[in-house]
Design a protein around this ligand. Sequence first.
Ligand code: LLP
Length: 424
Amino acid sequence: MAAIETYGARYEGDALFIEGVSLHSVAAQFGTPTYVYSKAALTAAYGRLDAAVSQARAGRSYTLCYAVKANSNLAILNLLTKLGAGFDIVSGGELQRVLRAGGQANKVVFSGLGKTRDEIAMALQAGIKCFNVESEPELERLSEVASALKVKAPVSLRVNPDVDAKTHPYISTGLKNNKFGIAFDRARSVYQRAATLPGISIAGVDCHIGSQLTDASPLVEAMQKIVSLADDLANDGIQLHHICPGGGVGITYTSEPQIDLVRYANALQQALGNRAVELLLEPGRAIVGNAGVLLTKVEYVKLGANKNFLIVDAAMNDLIRPALYQAHHEIVEVQRTQTQQRKEFDVVGPVCESSDVLGYSRQLGATEGELLAVLSAGAYGFVMSSNYNTRPRAAEVMIDGVKATIVRDRETVQGLVSGEYLLD
Ligand code: LLP
């Protein structure tokens, strides 16, 4: 694994801390399993990307539209609002979260391929910056709903640049045969159609080729393709206001190389040259991924002939990435032990599924009642959690210096069943 600081944590003596707060004290105060976020790590991650893009743009306009789906806790959205972020949403629910967190509608772009009429109307009424349109029927629907409301819907077409992101197939989205976006070679004619629709005003072009990229070249290649499309459109008399190559910048889970953000931003800028357009990005994981851990307690140590298990109180319902994508998250002891005290364990949850494994073959020295931290859990962690096995979802806590604040209460079983009814 990379240095513990990469994950927004550090050891003080042998005790694991996030900023000035020990994870022992977080567990004592809030229980487990709990997602624990670092305000400083999140702020630093945003700052690194913002600085790289700002420097590359050298005074030209840009907006970082944080992909809300990565982690939509209101405290996180509020923090990002204060840092100047815009937002990339994929549902009416995410729009409501952004507005509740103080985000500005005019910095919101709305992605996603199944926008309902209600969601479209809500976003139009809120006055969002742009709809990223994923199909021709969606374009027609947008025009209808906007016309009925006597407004125009600002749109980008999300085009599919057919670039291989070379990432896990479940999170690769830019190839021809997947459900996202409008085929690149159809895009020009769909823009022509958009230009004729009464409820549409053309604002930009968008793409997103996949997530957890560790090499920037596919991102840059996609950018070059959409910039050349923008040039073709300009020849057709269609001027774009912004260009967006999506999100996708990966993080270090184990020892993956990090995309050099300065080079990435410079390469995007080079593709844009002097074109008078705003640059938008839709980063999610790169902002929050390594600003959060999942804190969990060992319930049982089960030693076997062939395998040893640490059965912990977090499970696939809390963090589904290992089960769903075979994703590797580092798991560390909150009270560090000596190497010779460690054994090889599979770290598993209590859910009745063989796939409920948070980590295979880990060297750990934890005993019953001790705490572990599952690292790199800030993105696509809590947001993908479920109540499978009637497990209330975890609490979320944000650390700021020496202060730990609950930013989402642990669910209760009472709360889970409160909307369920018996037959007469
Ligand atoms: N923009 C669009 C249109 C997207 O679909 C996504 C992510 C993003 C931006 C943000 O991508 P990021 O910068 O986070 O890579 N649950 C999966 C990841 C799914 C990503 C879906 N789209 C995981 O846990 O790895």
